[in-house]
Design a protein around this ligand. Structure first.
Ligand code: MG
Length: 104
């Protein structure tokens, strides 16, 4: 499935008000749920196979909110992905993958 096709399908279930801010909060909330699995994995609650099983749903939830957030900002998921790929490729080419901050 292409990214923009996925994004359009997400909009079929994207209902309710305050969509712009709610989409940002959705990304944060679902990223938190994703990290819960990693926390419990590190605590030794389950193995990596269980982490994978738990993470597929949460990764999908993060992707959903990223998709609708991009839409609310007038961006396609393809544009977001392309921007990110190009940013990271530039950093890699310049030997700046390590470190922090957006201005590398
Ligand atoms: Mg979730």
């Amino acid at each position: 499935m292409e990214l923009n096709e996925y994004q359009k399908k997400c909009l079929n279930t994207w209902i309710g008000g305050e969509k712009l801010i709610r989409s940002f909060l959705g990304v944060c909330g679902e990223a938190g749920e994703l990290s819960e699995g990693a926390k419990k994995y590190l605590r030794g609650d389950f193995d990596v196979e269980e982490l994978k099983k738990r993470s597929i749903g949460e990764l999908g939830d993060v992707l959903y909110y990223v998709s609708v957030c991009a839409h609310e900002l007038g961006l396609t998921l393809e544009e977001v992905g392309k921007f990110n790929n190009e940013k990271l490729a530039k950093r890699f080419a310049e030997g700046k993958i390590r470190g922090d901050g957006d201005k590398r």
